[in-house]
Design a protein around this ligand. Structure first.
Ligand code: KDG
Ligand code: MG
Length: 403
């Protein structure tokens, strides 16, 4: 069974998605998520110009060999663009293998280890009353774990906080990124009070998570972790810039608040020190951006040695194809932790009809052969690419900071 056709589909049903479509000589179609938020067209070119021509004629069953061919064969290894492209090929090939075998991908990975994947969703509020209402709304939907992000007094737009009635979406459409102002001291003064109020309102049971988005120094992060200890967070995410494991080592030495990191990692090499030295409790890699199902399984197997669990990134820029891939892996691994679930707009779900479903606080990938996601190409074509960027952040004095 040879790969006969490789095509990159770009669509923007409210936000941009890039999807690799592979078709075999037997007429089996597989999809892979190739979306890299704010840098979408770089992956399109990588796939169209450099990968698709190499795939034609290859044996579609040879997933691992194709992975090695694309990773080692490029000589230039790693990085978000290449690893997102390789991820798309890998995931599309697993989709094909599942369809050929007539089995959902999780069955090919060893079968279900649990009934469903515990999911957390996002709640935000510009002020405390708005946040309390948002969290109550998510719990009423059946979520047992909620990520809470709050506006900071005297700061404008804050990461993770929706500004209108709709869900939070960081990528802004337009030719240039929006600029936001950030003040770590104002943020640090505010956050512990937010979680004290959440615990007072909702009691000890719901799992509460928070994302710092890589903005603090190690010492600031250590102080925040300590200040949040009485409020029993499920995790505190991305406290310091992810490329610096020694920063996490310092944080770890001062707090027992569980830590998570890894949504910007692309290879096992990016995670190795953090996993082997147990610098976090949850690792946020996912098949999209991290070399696909084959590579993420390796990373999670390494994590298991250190009792670190998965916490796959599942923001809206992970397409339904990427989401399904994460769920098939999550269902089948022993050290699953939690799955992020920021539901897509209904229009996105129409463009990518999918079998995965949410019920009673958990997600299940469904039992369709392959990934269980398809692509409505005529509908996708009605929503062409629109330039969009993630914001940049500046400190109050204008210094560029981590967004
Ligand atoms: O593309 C960037 C988003 O995926 C990211 O900002 C979302 O940090 C994020 C999260 O935890 O969902
Ligand atoms: Mg995050």
């Amino acid at each position: 069974m040879r790969i006969e056709h490789a095509e990159v589909v770009v669509t923007s049903p409210g936000r941009n998605f890039v999807t690799l479509k592979l078709v075999t000589s037997d007429g089996v179609t597989g999809y892979g998520d190739a979306t890299l938020n704010g840098r979408e067209l770089a992956v399109v070119s990588y796939l169209r110009d450099h990968v698709a021509p190499l795939l034609i004629g290859r044996d579609a069953h040879r997933i691992e060999d194709t992975w090695q061919y694309l990773y080692r064969g490029a000589y230039w290894r790693g990085g978000p663009v290449a690893m997102t492209a390789i991820a798309a090929v890998d995931v599309a090939l697993w989709d094909i293998k599942g369809k050929v075998c007539g089995l959902p991908v999780y069955q090919l990975l060893g079968g279900a280890c649990r009934d469903g994947c515990l999911a957390y969703t996002h709640a935000s509020g510009r002020d405390l009353p708005e946040l309390l209402e948002a969290v109550a709304g998510k719990l009423a939907l059946g979520y047992r774990a909620v990520r809470a992000q709050a506006g900071v007094p005297d700061l404008g737009k804050v990461y993770g906080v929706a500004t209108g009635d709709g869900a939070y979406e960081p990528a802004g459409r337009g030719a240039r990124p929006d600029e936001e102002v950030w003040d770590s001291r104002a943020y640090l003064r505010h956050v512990p009070d937010v979680f004290a109020a959440l615990r007072e309102q909702f009691g000890p049971e719901p799992a509460l998570l928070h994302d710092v988005h890589h903005r603090l120094t190690p010492l600031q992060a250590a102080r925040l972790g300590r200040a949040l200890e009485p409020h029993d967070l499920f995790w505190l995410e991305d406290v310091t810039p992810a490329e610096d494991p020694d920063a996490l080592r310092l944080v770890r030495g001062h707090t027992v608040t569980p830590l998570a990191i890894g949504e910007v990692f692309n290879t096992i090499w990016d995670c190795r020190t953090i996993l082997q030295d147990r610098l976090v409790d949850y690792i946020r890699v996912k098949p999209s951006h991290t070399g696909g199902i084959s590579h993420v399984r390796r990373i999670l197997a390494l994590a298991e040695l250190s009792q670190i669990r998965s916490g796959c990134h599942g923001a809206t820029d992970i397409s339904p194809v990427g989401m399904a891939a994460a769920l098939h892996v999550g269902l089948a691994i022993a050290n699953f932790g939690i799955q992020e679930h920021q539901p897509h707009d209904p229009l996105v779900d129409e463009v990518f009809p999918h079998a995965y479903r949410f019920a009673d606080g958990s997600l299940h990938p469904g039992d369709e052969p392959g990934l269980g996601v398809s692509l409505d190409e005529p509908l996708a074509a009605r929503h062409p690419y629109v330039a969009a960027y993630l914001p940049v952040a500046r400190l109050v004095d204008g210094t560029l900071h981590d967004w």
